[in-house]
Design a protein around this ligand. Structure first.
Ligand code: EPU
Length: 429
């Protein structure tokens, strides 16, 4: 069933009022779901968002033999002693995080077969670093038409000294989890440091893993020789979604009279907060809220360059470009990570934005330019939400198709925006 959002724009007025809460982070909950294969008992997860990517990954782990139970923002997962380590291809191709499952499965059961993972179409998204890391840990990889087949020598991964050419989020998480059950010590150098990785690592440590250097570029993991972890009933608390927080900040900066973002962690969006402040956005932070009020003077242009955490998050780049269309002057945007992640700017130009693309990684935004409502097809999760924000600040009506992309990562977004005063309706096509 295809759905769209119909939005009546505010035509640049700052009228939104009230509170909007941030859900648990998509890119945190997905990884703890994958980690369940490291445990010999049930894992309990709290503050889980109810989003399509979570349902898809839970279905995938069920196909791999796990038993799952979902409650109000909670998830419980129990995995079997032995299981089918061939991932269901249709399900695995639906989401990128399916590849993170390979680490725990390979480490626990000695082998895994999986198709090239899916996810948002934002660039090539190869998996060479996963394969290279597994090979360094003593596994062999063969490929046929449909699957990569990875086998650990004698069913057991060996600790290894691994330097990641790119500080990849998914590879860091996957190798870290594989190393927890490997034989010997694994070093991950140039490791990614995203808060979601830190949260996962700390939980694994609580449950018996030996991981040092959490939140630093060098992680040292002493393996447990295939002895599974034991949660003992300890609960995994999913951290607030910093990408939701960032997107709400942009919306509030562009359209708030007085809006407070609650249940967030401002520490995780410091780079963005600093840029918004430089641009002239009025912000007041507590430990878990951010209040934004209507600006007294026009916003100024700022340059952005996406970077691994704690740099500027690539996932907030699209909403931030919408912000920059309303800032005075020229802003240069450098998307360093994904070569397909600026294509959506063509649609903002159709809405009236002045954006020049130099190459697939770089654009210049000249503002301020009033936007006009249009009928658009959201190309992926983050750009889809950027279109919604653009529609909210534009003149007249916008229709945003491709809501299924947005539902992958944002729970009932239209209801939360409506509570602030946004005129947005979900309609069936
Ligand atoms: N890369 C390789 N080879 C690999 C793995 C990655 O070349 O084997 C490259 C990627 O192509 C990319 C760069 O490394 O150019 C960084 O990608 P990374 O592996 O860090 O990304 P990811 O783990 O696939 C996660 C998030 C993305 C987020 C990126 C970067 C999840 C499920 N996804 O992806 O989130 O953009 O980190 O922060 O955690 C989203 O939520 O919309 C989303 C796309």
């Amino acid at each position: 069933m295809k759905e769209s959002f119909v939005i009546q724009g505010l035509a640049g007025q700052h009228t939104l009022k009230g509170e909007i809460f941030v859900n648990g982070a998509k890119n945190d909950v997905l990884k703890v779901i994958a980690s369940s294969f490291l445990f010999d008992d049930t894992i309990h997860v709290e503050n889980a968002p109810s989003i399509d990517d979570v349902s898809a990954l839970l279905t995938l782990v069920e196909h791999a033999g796990a038993t799952t139970k979902q409650g109000e923002r909670t998830i419980e997962i129990t995995v079997p002693q032995q299981t089918d380590t061939k991932l269901d291809p249709t399900l695995a191709k639906k989401l990128r995080s399916s590849v993170v499952l390979t680490g725990p499965l390979l480490a626990r059961y000695g082998e895994v077969s999986f198709p090239h993972p899916g996810g948002c179409v934002i660039g090539a998204r190869p998996i060479d670093l996963f394969i290279k890391s597994f090979e360094k840990m003593g596994a062999t990889c063969t490929v046929d038409d449909e699957y990569y087949h990875i086998k650990a020598a004698n069913g057991e991964l060996q600790g290894a000294d691994i330097f990641l050419d790119i500080a990849s989020v998914g590879v860091t998480e996957t190798v870290m989890m594989a190393a927890v059950l490997a034989n010997g010590v694994t070093y991950i150098r140039n490791a990614a440091m995203e808060p979601e990785i830190q949260n996962l690592a700390q939980y694994l440590v609580t449950c018996g893993a030996r991981i040092e250097g959490i939140g630093t570029p060098t992680m040292v993991i002493t393996g447990r020789n295939k002895e599974p972890l034991h949660s003992g009933g300890s609960v995994y608390k999913v951290i607030p979604d910093r990408i939701e927080t960032g997107s709400f900040l942009v919306l509030a900066a562009l359209a708030a009279d007085d809006v407070t973002i609650t249940r967030c962690n401002p520490e995780h969006v410091r780079y963005l907060l600093s840029l918004l402040e430089q641009s002239g956005v009025e912000l007041e932070c507590t430990t878990d809220t951010i209040r934004i009020r209507a600006p007294k003077s026009p916003y100024k242009a700022v340059n952005i360059k996406t970077h691994e955490y704690p740099g500027f998050a690539t996932d907030v780049q699209a909403p931030m470009v919408v912000f920059l269309t309303q800032a005075e002057g020229e802003s240069f945007v450098f998307e360093t990570m994904f070569e397909g992640r600026l294509n959506y700017t063509q649609d903002l130009v159709r809405m009236g934005a002045d954006i020049t693309m130099f190459d697939p990684h770089r654009v210049m935004v000249r503002g301020p330019k009033a936007l006009s409502g249009k009928e658009l097809e959201g190309p992926d999760l983050r750009a889809g939400l950027a279109y919604v924000i653009a529609g909210i600040i534009a003149k007249k009506q916008s229709i945003i198709h491709g809501v299924h992309h947005i539902d992958r990562g944002y729970e009932k977004i239209e209801e939360r925006f409506r509570a602030l005063g946004v005129d947005i309706t979900r309609v069936q096509e």
